[in-house]
Design a protein around this ligand. Structure first.
Ligand SMILES: NC(=O)c1ccc[n+]([C@@H]2O[C@H](COP(=O)([O-])OP(=O)(O)OC[C@H]3O[C@@H](n4cnc5c(N)ncnc54)[C@H](O)[C@@H]3O)[C@@H](O)[C@H]2O)c1
Length: 216
């Protein structure tokens, strides 16, 4: 005699274990799984070779470079080092360069160097990029005084060079505030204000080039 209660329990257990029999179980299911694996492997091969061919083609016939003349380029950490060099390079290419730095003197010096190139437009703004309120306030001023930023180079950062365990808690927090969180404050001012402050089509940072509104 079949015990209805135990039958129901068995079904419930099978559902929980995911072991209930399905039409694809058995030999037919295994054949199907192998077929899917073979097709996926073949498709992967096709995609790999397509990328190889594309890479070779782009090496032989490189696409025309986009002009950045007339773009409004915001470079954070433009008062020294790599940021200053990037600012000078954009200025030489005809961009209007906005130099943002916590070091007011350094940013002003970069602007002087840019102006010495002759004809290049640049302005400097003191701003601690790890301070969200300050970023929003300065962003608003930049939009009013220079115009909407179209290219953002998120370069400002600190890199204390000492062994990990020698960092104090405060130093570690500061590293995160500047090297990590500041990217959010500078990248998305439009999230926190009603008027979009800048709509950069391109953003460069030490983490690579970004051109997406859907990834963080
Ligand atoms: N130099 C390297 O070998 C190297 C390697 C990998 C990554 N990086 C990264 O590249 C970026 C630039 O490096 P660098 O060597 O030119 O550094 P740098 O120290 O010469 O210049 C950094 C600039 O950022 C500014 N800055 C620092 N904190 C700031 C803040 N809170 N708000 C606004 N401005 C701030 C500084 O005043 C300075 O002008 C950094 O993010 C760094 O971590 C550098």
């Amino acid at each position: 005699m079949v015990d209805a209660t135990s039958g129901a329990n068995n079904h419930a257990n099978q559902r929980q274990n995911g072991s209930a029999s399905r039409p694809s179980d058995g030999a037919a299911g295994q054949v199907l799984a192998v077929l899917v694996l073979v097709l996926e492997t073949l498709w992967l091969q096709v995609r790999i070779w397509a990328e190889v061919v594309r890479g070779v083609y782009l090496t032989l016939v490189p696409p025309a470079e986009k002009s950045v003349a007339g773009e409004v380029v915001l470079v954070t950490g433009a008062g020294h080092g790599i940021g200053r060099e990037i600012a000078l390079r954009y200025a030489a290419l005809g961009s209007t360069v906005v130099c943002m730095d916590i070091n007011e003197k350094g940013a002003a010096e970069t602007v002087l160097e840019i102006k010495a190139l002759g004809g290049a437009k640049a302005a400097s703004y003191k701003c601690d990029v790890s301070n969200r309120d300050e970023v929003l306030a300065v962003a608003k001023t930049i939009t009013q005084e220079v115009g909407p930023v179209t290219v953002l180079v998120n370069n400002a950062g600190i890199m204390p060079t000492k062994p990990f365990l020698e960092h104090s808690a405060e130093e570690m927090k500061r590293i995160f505030d500047i090297n990590m969180l500041a990217h959010f404050w500078v990248r998305f001012p439009s999230l926190f204000t009603i008027i979009p402050l800048w709509n950069g089509p391109v953003e460069a940072s030490s983490r690579g080039l970004l051109n997406s509104q859907k990834i963080v």
